[in-house]
Design a protein around this ligand. Structure first.
Ligand SMILES: [Zn+2]
Length: 66
């Protein structure tokens, strides 16, 4: 789990407006571009090159429910 205070400090590195990210399962999802960031050992991987495109992580989420 991630510290809610840390979550508040995080912002999407891909968006110029630095929008907040939301916790979505094990991922942090940008409220603007919907790109997702993984959390590794409780540490968010907020690198733009690590961002997961929305169609990719949504497909992953769907397949885990099947
Ligand atoms: Zn974004």
């Amino acid at each position: 789990m991630i510290d809610p205070k840390l979550l508040e400090l995080l912002a999407c590195p891909r968006c110029e407006s630095r929008p907040p990210v939301e916790l979505n399962g094990d991922l942090l999802v940008c409220t603007e571009c919907q790109y997702a960031y993984r959390i590794e050992d409780g540490i968010p991987d907020m690198l733009p090159e690590s961002a997961i495109p929305p169609d990719e992580w949504k497909r992953e989420a769907n397949s885990s429910h099947a």
